[in-house]
Design a protein around this ligand. Structure first.
Ligand SMILES: *Cc1c(COP(=O)(O)O)cnc(C)c1O
Length: 387
């Protein structure tokens, strides 16, 4: 009897963590025994290690990637009347940090090839009220960050990099998080450096800014019980830092595996006996970018995306849509009254994008199943048309 093939998950965190179990237990036992659950030595070491990994001078731990973005804007003193340029095709946290402070997000469109912010459109949106630009390094690939920093610099506007999905990514060999005034990282479990809970980190090469970020993350308190500014409580705990230090040791290896998986998808999906080039668009890698493949994102043409996704689900193949509703169309941002006609590529991406399984432990056999399931969808389509 032929064994039914197992389902292919979008992500299997246990599979990726299992080989390091003994290292986790050892590191966590040390934290338990130390009793230093906040501000433990692992936090200080992880801050140094992430800063070094990102070629930044300073690393400041915080409670999440969302807080990292919020703290960056708080430290810049951004508030009502200020404008912050950000893509609409991103995760919510890239934008909520702006509105939470009473400032106004100004949405830039994206490039159709990389899904990252369109630098020209971004430039056209700069006004005398622009107080920051937040490019997002989406899916693990840097935006055109050299050009973005150059344009922003000409207008004296600071750049805050949303590098939540892009730890270890680089542009012109220089890592994400070292270009802007602040780099914001997330350790949410699905990110390339994922913890066992929430966590985040800010990087900066500006000592004064790094100091302000730390002040704002610690209730604005300095010295103890004397509050200079109204900060928040946002800490990375020692348990997370201990886990993340183990994972950081294996991050290079994990990225190599992600890259091999991405290359195999590209090879398998570009076999035109299976799927025609008009039906799927494979991810484009900017020649200056080092992509770390947090996501493998294809475009599905002809309004077929949702049908393909349903077919994959029937076949037991996981997939996801990042992101189905751009930020300017979210209910909570209706009050901004943004007209989507200036964001055509954002709206097209939201309608066409499909994210396939990619995680270090994904096997070649599983990848072949993903590709076969995609191919069988198009075979059914052409059979239906022929009939
Ligand atoms: C995950 C993510 C965040 C937020 O990080 P959290 O740690 O979940 O708060 C911000 N921006 C982007 C682009 C993300 O993918």
């Amino acid at each position: 009897m032929v064994q039914a093939p197992k389902n292919v998950p979008l992500l299997d965190i246990n599979r990726d963590n299992r080989p390091h179990r003994d290292e986790f237990i050892e590191a966590l036992t040390e934290v338990v025994d130390s009793g230093r659950f906040l501000f433990g030595p692992d936090v200080v070491e992880l801050e140094k290690e992430v800063a070094a990994h990102s070629q930044a001078d300073h690393g400041i731990g915080c409670a999440s990637g969302s807080d990292a973005l919020l703290l960056a804007l708080m430290a810049l003193g951004i508030g009502p009347g200020d404008e912050v340029i950000v893509p609409s095709f991103t995760f919510f946290a890239s934008v909520s940090c702006v509105t939470r402070l009473g400032a106004t997000p100004i949405f830039a469109d994206i490039r159709p090839d990389t899904f990252n912010i369109d630098t020209r459109h971004m430039e056209s949106l700069i006004t005398e009220r622009t107080r920051a630009i937040i490019p997002v390094h989406l899916f693990g690939q840097c935006a055109e960050i050299d050009r973005i920093c150059q344009v922003a610099g000409q207008h004296d506007v600071p750049v805050i990099e949303d590098a939540a999905q892009a730890i270890g990514a680089a542009y012109h060999s220089r890592p994400a998080g070292s270009w802007g005034l602040v780099g914001c990282f997330s350790f949410y479990p699905t990110k390339n450096l994922g913890g066992m809970g929430d966590g985040g980190m800010m990087t900066s090469c500006d000592s004064e800014m790094a100091d302000r970020l730390r002040l704002f993350a610690g209730h604005g308190m300095r010295p103890r019980y004397y509050h200079q500014v109204v900060g928040i409580n946002s800490r990375l705990d020692t348990f997370q830092a201990a886990v993340l230090r183990v994972k950081l040791r294996h991050l290079g290896d994990a990225v190599e595996k992600r890259t091999a998986i991405a290359n195999r998808y590209k090879e398998l999906l570009s076999d035109q006996q299976l799927v025609g080039p008009d039906e799927l668009t494979l991810p484009y890698v900017d020649p200056h970018a080092f992509h770390v493949w947090n996501q493998f994102s294809i475009r599905v043409a002809g309004g077929q995306r949702d049908a393909l996704r349903a077919h994959l689900a029937d076949q037991g193949v996981g997939s996801e849509i990042y992101y189905p509703v751009p930020m300017h169309q979210q209910e909570c941002f209706e009050f901004l009254g943004v007209d989507g006609s200036t964001l055509p590529e954002t709206e097209r991406a939201a309608a066409e994008i499909l994210n396939l399984p990619v995680f270090p432990g994904l096997t070649e056999a599983e990848q072949c199943r993903v590709v076969d399931s995609i191919a069988s969808f198009y075979q059914q389509q052409s059979a239906r048309i022929a009939a």
